[in-house]
Ligand binder design. Structure first.
Ligand SMILES: NC(=O)c1ccc[n+]([C@@H]2O[C@H](COP(=O)([O-])OP(=O)(O)OC[C@H]3O[C@@H](n4cnc5c(N)ncnc54)[C@H](O)[C@@H]3O)[C@@H](O)[C@H]2O)c1
Ligand SMILES: C[N+](C)(C)CC=O
Length: 489
């Protein structure tokens, strides 16, 4: 399989003819090659999107028609969910069951924004001035660039593509250079659906080469980025040249607070899922467990026992519960953090090394790892590891749990487990995070906004606000009886 870029309605090779091998992280086999673009490919894609925006008809196409085209793409994703899920598992190593779930979520995101496209008819304002009307309308922002990460390749792309198009923008998207397969596949659906040339553009390549111009260019009106905090800071600076709008969906170090009155088995099971799902490569992973002191020992004993039994393997094997990490470099980063945890004096309760099974030796696997005796000022507690690593701390009062949970630069997500719902609601209200789950961990869906407080970023995806992020707000005031002002004599 070979994938190309899609610029101005044409499938195209990189200008300089470079290619990249795409690797299956389960066995390091080459599963595809992809065109590897350079800055000039980004220039072409931005120029195509600019032309389609300034001279094309997409923005003025009736919103209901735009919505229908977005819906058509959602339907094609639904009709091809098995093929897409297969590609996603090959590319990321995640289990096929998870990829299938992602595809269902993705189709729903397209359907949701398709439905929202024609629902905002503007707002009439009661003007305080005589003989006048006043209304507020939303318009497309213009040319949007979108940069996505490798952990949920098509899902993170869908959260950007569907609302941008429903709102009438033109766009250029750059998926992570290591997981471009499903995003490229969906561009076949855009083509089949008949999107006008230049409205949707796909560039492939590294962030430094292809991605940089997407945030720097003065021809771009908005850049939406999902990825790591350091890249986010670089993009924020690069975007300042023409004061373009920015949306940043960055990392997290998400607390999971378990009170002694929580349902024990449920809380253990959820804590396990919170951190070890997709090998911990989830922005909202519950990687900081805060457990009430009185149940700490029993809770950790059960958690450790169950973590040791997590079945690692090939994402296509139905018995596999967790796949590999995405790459050799990423596994080495996570291993460095495990060493940091040990050096800081945390107690390694389980895991901490590569599995020894022969059938896993070619994959980038790491055992589910739990550190106990952790303290909030440790780097292993404060920094995003983005792997299967859990830190455990204790608390004795709700206030202490809240203080520890909020003691982080991040503010993406968190959870509280308790059968005392008033207490759980009180804690949820005091957590400085964009999403808080009560007696659950991980749910997200098209109807509810997603995004971070603090250094987890700004802007929101999904929900009604996820569409509004791709619009400008305009106030139109009309004087129905114009007269000379008479101020200057
Ligand atoms: N908040 C969320 O919703 C959310 C969702 C998924 C992932 N994430 C975060 O993503 C990170 C993991 O993803 P990653 O390793 O791919 O992140 P990353 O920051 O390394 O890369 C993300 C994307 O940015 C591109 N990029 C890199 N440097 C760039 C530059 N200078 N200019 C423009 N683009 C550049 C990359 O090529 C890639 O496409 C984690 O921190 C995770 O928490 C956040
Ligand atoms: C936003 N989410 C949870 C789908 C993926 C985060 O990495």
């Amino acid at each position: 399989m070979h994938i190309q870029m899609y610029i101005d309605g044409e499938w195209t090779e990189a200008t300089e003819g470079n290619k990249r091998e795409i690797i299956n992280p389960f066995n390091q086999e080459v599963i595809a090659t992809a065109s590897e673009g350079t800055r000039s490919d980004s220039e072409k894609a931005i120029a195509a999107a600019r032309k389609a925006c300034d001279e094309g008809s997409w923005a003025s196409t009736p919103a209901s028609e735009r919505g229908e085209m977005v819906r058509l793409v959602g339907q094609k994703i639904k009709d091809n969910r098995e093929e897409l899920a297969h590609l996603e598992t090959l590319d990321t190593g995640k289990t096929l069951e998870e990829s299938l779930g992602d595809m269902d979520d993705i189709a729903n995101v397209f359907f949701y924004f398709a439905g929202l496209a024609d629902k905002d008819g503007g707002e009439v304002i009661e003007s305080p001035l005589p003989d006048s009307t006043s209304k507020v309308v939303r318009e497309p922002i213009g040319v949007c660039t979108q940069i996505t990460p490798w952990n949920y390749p098509l899902l993170q792309a869908a959260w950007k593509l569907a609302p941008a198009l429903a709102a009438g923008n033109t766009l250029v998207i750059k998926p992570s250079e290591i997981t471009p397969l499903t995003t490229a596949k969906v561009f076949e659906f855009f083509e089949e659906a008949g999107f006008p040339a230049g409205v949707v553009n796909l560039v492939l390549g590294t962030g430094a080469e292809v991605g940089a111009l997407l945030s720097e260019s003065n021809d771009v009106d908005l850049v939406s980025f999902t990825g790591g905090i350091e890249t986010g800071k670089t993009i924020m600076q690069a975007a300042s040249g023409n004061v373009k709008k920015i949306a940043l969906e960055l990392g997290g170090k998400n607390p999971n607070i378990v009170f002694a009155d929580a349902d024990f088995e449920t809380a253990v099971d959820q804590a396990l899922n919170a951190v070890f799902f997709h090998a911990g490569q989830v922005c909202s992973a519950g990687s900081r467990l805060l457990v009430e002191e009185s149940i700490h020992d029993a809770f950790v004993e059960k958690l450790v026992e169950r973590a040791a039994w997590i079945k690692l393997g090939n994402g296509f094997d139905e018995t596999t519960e967790s796949g590999p990490l995405i790459s050799a470099e990423h596994r080495e980063k996570v291993e460095r953090y495990i060493q940091i945890g040990l050096d800081e004096g945390a107690t390694l309760a389980v895991g901490g090394k590569r599995p020894e099974q022969a059938d896993l030796k070619n994959g980038f696997f790491l055992e589910p790892t739990i550190f106990t005796n952790c303290k909030n000022d440790m780097r292993i507690v404060q920094e995003e590891v983005f792997g299967p690593v859990l830190t455990v701390e204790t608390f004795t009062t709700a206030d202490e749990a809240i203080a520890k949970a909020n003691d982080t630069i991040y503010g993406l997500a968190g959870a509280v487990f308790s059968t005392d719902i008033d207490k759980a609601e009180m804690v949820a209200g005091k957590l400085r995070m964009g999403t808080v789950w009560i007696n659950d961990f991980h749910p997200y869906f098209a109807q509810a906004p997603w995004g971070g407080y603090k250094q987890s970023g700004f802007g929101r995806e999904l929900g009604k606000i996820g569409l509004e992020e791709y619009t400008e707000v305009k106030h139109i005031f009309r004087n129905k009886n114009p007269q000379p002002v008479g101020w200057f004599k």
